[in-house]
Structure formats: C-alpha cells, structure tokens
Design a protein around this ligand. Structure first.
Ligand SMILES: C[S@@+](CC[C@H](N)C(=O)[O-])C[C@H]1O[C@@H](n2cnc3c(N)ncnc32)[C@H](O)[C@@H]1O
Length: 515
C-alpha cells in the first residue's frame, strides 16, 4: 500500500504522555465502517470569536500556534463552518494576517492538503479518539485534522505537530486541550501506512472502499471515474493520485496579444505540452505577472484552452463570423474565443445567467469583439439577441459537478453529492438543446464539461441531441486537438484526464447541425 505524497519524516521518539479517553477501546475499524465521508456533520457550530478574515483569536486567549498554522486552521474552519471556498477564503486570511513567502506557502500546503485528505484523516482521528468525529467539537475537530495531516503527510517533526496542535486547540476550544494532546500522541505512534491498513478495507475484499480511504475520495466519485475509464481500477488509482497533487498553474497567452514562448521566458515558466497558448507557471502569484494584469494573458487550465480552440478548429462551410458562448462566466473561454475572433474578423456573443459572473465576463473580454448578454441561455428563440439558427459556432461549457478539477478545489470532493446530478444534468440537456437550436444548419456546437461523469457527458449529449428536434452528426473531436496528443480514445468524443494529459478532466463532444 502506498503512502502517496507523504514526505518521509523521522519516527516519533516520544512515548505518549497520556492517552485519549477511551483510546484503549480503539477499534480496528472506525465507527463508520471505514469510509471517508462528508466532513462537518451535526453540531457544527462557530469557533470562539474567531474572525475568518483576520485569523484573530478570542480576546484574552493565549496566542494560538504559529501564523501559518493559524491561517490554515481559519481557512479549514471557514470551509466547514461557512461552506466557504478554500481558494477564496485562504487568500483573504493570508492578506488579513500579512503572510507572504514561505509562511503563505506553508499555510496553503496545510490547508489544501488537510482539506483533500479530510475523509481519511477523520477515520484515523476517530480510531485514535475512540469516538466518531461527529462527536468532537467542531473547532477541536478541525484543529485535529490539521494536526493529523502534519503528522502523517508532512515532514513536520512529530513533537512540533503535537505541540502546535495542542496550542491551537487551547486557543479555539480550551476545554479540549488535554483530549487533543492525547489524540495527537495516539496518532503519532503509528505510521500512515499502518493507519491505512487499520482503517481501510482490504483491496481484494472491497477495492473501491480501499481506494477511497487510501486516496481520500468518496466512493461514488471513484465509481464514476472508474466507469469513465472503462472500469480500469489501476488507471483510476493513477487518477486519484494525481488529484491529490498540487496542480500547476497554467496561463493562456492570448492569441494576437502575447506569444506563449515569450511569455514562458518572461515568467520563468515553460510552454505547454499541447495548447499553443499554454504556459506552465512554476511558482509565484499569477496576479503579479504584468501580462496577466494588463490582459495579454489569463489563468486557464490547458484543457480548457484545448476544448475552446477545438470548437474553432472544426471545419464549416460558409459564413464563420458569429460565435456564441452560451455559459460564459467567469470568461476564461470567452477571453480565448474573443482573442481569436479579433484575429479572424468574427464576433462573440457571451451569455451568462448570473449577473456578477456576467460582469466578470465583461472584465475578461474588455477590448475584444465580445458582447456580453446577462441572460438565461435557454431563452434561445425567445430572446431577440438569441435567434434560432443564427450562429456559426456555439460553445456550451455547461455548469457541472466539477469532478474533473478536484485538484484545484480541495474541499469539493467532500461537498459534492450524487443528489447534485439530476438538477445539473437537466440543465445541461436544456442548454445543449438551446445551443442546437441557436446554431445554423452546417454550423457546429461544442458541448464541454469539466466533469468526466458519464451522466454529465455521454448521457447528456445523447439525450440532449435526441430531444432537440434538430438533426445532428457527431464530428470526430480528436483531430480538432493538437497532433500528438496521446490516449484520446476511440472518438468521436474526447475525455481529457489529469493523469494522462496534465489537464483538468475536460469532456468534449462536437456536433454538426445537419438540418
Ligand atoms: C462551467 S461554467 C463556465 C466557465 C466559462 N466558460 C469559462 O471558461 O470561464 C458554467 C457557467 O454557466 C452559467 N450558467 C448556469 N446556468 C446558466 C443558464 N441557464 N444560462 C447561461 N449561463 C448559465 C453559470 O453561472 C456558470 O458561470
């Protein structure tokens, strides 16, 4: 059994000073039968007077642990308490606390790593505490998650992880400091591999349950990935490993405004492997890059660049100047389509139903031949700006579960639920039907998701095109991607993967309207 991206750390030489109450009852399996599940749970309340933006603790309380851990704790607590997004809330907290450089990087690693692994950490904490994590006070529980992550997945010396966690608990949940000390010492007695052997079901008896614990993903997501990967669990495990790695930031050098090779030189990055616009950034804040600040480049996963460019690579006959982006917010693909439209004398209509996201599209496409419509994309044929059979190329980058970009959103694997699928797939079908009505005969529609879930990909495309009432042919999407891209499958649709292509798991289907 592998311990994944755990760094080696010295064995803990310390004997536990005291044990958690009930740890002598430590079960071989935790109470919830060895499966990671959604963190939080009943009884989750607010931490004591702590301000998630500034990270300040309760008045009069002991100064909590060091600032990086304090920032990570505040971000993790905000995610679980307020349903915050880690990437957004952590930025606010780091700014509020004035953390930069190594402290900010350490806080980010702790936050993202803990949130990714939380389902597995909870099993280990429950086993060490002798009680389900739902029965641990939320502030103490989050501090223990952060502490257990340091013990099991980082090079932080065990004594530092224990002491800093106990200090943190003393600050956020003073009554639980002794308990936290005992739990942390209990966890530190056993290696990660041994913990996993203890809390995970055996691979032979329950392969998905095993992978769920070892690679920290909910089982339903693993099943969905495995189905999309043809049932190959070894390949699925490679994907799960990749999902747990910090992703490289990709930039898109906007065609006509910047050149990827020059941009890579300027930022100390490297040109992307596949997209002619992509640059891989190895460190540094993208917002500090002049080309990003002045609109010559933007942050965008290479897979997103590839699927947007594929829409424009599909051959069509006749007019080719009216392009539609039916789900445009926050504007990444609209920015790329608009840049190419400027070169080709085309115009883009960018539709976005959420007003604040429509404003983001306006900012992202400033100076480009893009008109933003803050409206519902399903109004094609009813909205005078969205007449039927009027666009030459249409992109439907549909709202989806985002299961293809779990690397970038550490909390999202635990927050998403299977119940999210039915309303999303209904909306996806309706948007695809609208797109097929908006495109002119002979024109093309690209249906895209950043999820590989078959219900959001193949099933939506088949059902949506059937219900649209227009006749369509599938265009083989593989030749619309750059030559030399490996493992694109049998076509005509394409599924990109983090572990195969280094991109988010973007799905692409290209349909030509034939009547
Ligand atoms: C996957 S995101 C699009 C990402 C975008 N294309 C980009 O590259 O930056 C889906 C977007 O569709 C929007 N959306 C959801 N329902 C919609 C609808 N009925 N009509 C238009 N946009 C919708 C969401 O608000 C969200 O911004």
């Amino acid at each position: 059994m592998s311990s994944e991206h755990r760094a080696d750390r010295p064995d803990n030489p310390e004997r536990p000073a005291d044990r958690p109450s009930g740890s002598e009852h430590r079960a071989d399996r935790p109470h919830n039968s060895g499966r990671p599940r959604r963190p939080g749970g009943p009884g989750y309340g607010r931490t004591q007077d702590r301000d998630a933006r500034t990270g300040r603790g309760p008045r009069g309380g002991r100064p909590p642990s060091d600032p990086a851990r304090q920032a990570a704790y505040e971000a993790i607590a905000a995610v679980h308490r307020d349903d915050a997004y880690a990437n957004l809330v952590l930025g606010d907290i780091l700014r509020g606390m004035g953390l930069h450089g190594r402290d900010a990087a350490f806080a980010t690693e702790l936050t993202y790593g803990t949130l990714r692994a939380v389902g597995t950490l909870d099993l280990i904490i429950a086993a060490a505490a002798g009680r389900d994590v739902a029965r641990i006070d939320p502030p103490a529980r989050d501090a223990l998650r952060l502490g257990a992550y340091q013990l099991l997945f980082t090079r932080v010396p065990a004594h530092a992880a224990v002491n800093q966690t106990v200090d943190l608990v003393r600050s956020v949940a003073p009554g639980a400091a002794g308990f936290a000390n005992a739990v942390m010492r209990g966890i530190s007695e056993t290696s990660l591999d041994d913990w996993l052997a203890r809390v995970a079901p055996g691979y032979d008896e329950d392969p998905v349950g095993h992978l769920a614990v070892v690679h920290h993903h909910p089982e339903w997501i693993i099943r969905a990935f495995s189905e999309a990967l043809g049932g190959d669990l070894d390949d699925t495990a490679r994907l799960l490993l990749e999902d747990n790695q910090p992703p490289t930031v990709h930039l898109c050098a906007r065609p006509g405004r910047a050149d990827a090779i020059e941009l890579a030189d300027a930022v100390g990055g490297v040109p992307g492997a596949f997209s002619p616009y992509a640059v891989y950034l190895h460190g540094g804040a993208p917002s500090d890059i002049p080309e990003v600040r002045d609109g010559r480049a933007h942050v965008q996963d290479e897979g997103s660049q590839l699927v947007a460019a594929a829409l424009l690579a599909a051959p069509i006959e006749g007019r080719d100047t009216r392009w539609l982006d039916l789900c445009a917010g926050p504007g990444g693909k609209a920015g790329l389509l608009g840049s190419i439209a400027a070169q080709r004398g085309a115009e883009v209509t960018a539709v976005e139903v959420a007003d604040h996201r429509a404003r983001l599209v306006e900012q992202a496409t400033a100076g480009l031949p893009v008109t933003v419509l803050p409206t519902d994309g399903r109004t094609v044929g009813r909205d005078p700006d969205l007449p039927e059979e009027s666009f030459d190329r249409v992109l439907v980058d549909a709202p989806c579960t985002g299961l293809g970009s779990l690397r970038r959103r550490p909390e999202s694997r635990w927050r998403r639920q299977p119940a999210d699928l039915p309303p999303l797939t209904r909306l996806q079908r309706e948007l695809l039907v609208a797109a097929l009505r908006a495109v002119r005969p002979g024109g093309v529609v690209a249906y895209v998701t950043c999820s590989p879930h078959m219900v959001e990909t193949q099933v939506t495309v088949t059902e949506g095109s059937r219900r649209s009432g227009v006749e369509v042919d599938f265009v083989d999407a593989r030749p619309l991607l750059p030559p030399g891209m490996p493992k694109l499958g049998p076509g005509p649709t394409v599924q990109l993967w983090p572990h195969r292509h280094g991109t988010d798991a973007m799905f692409l289907a290209v349909l030509r309207r034939t009547s």
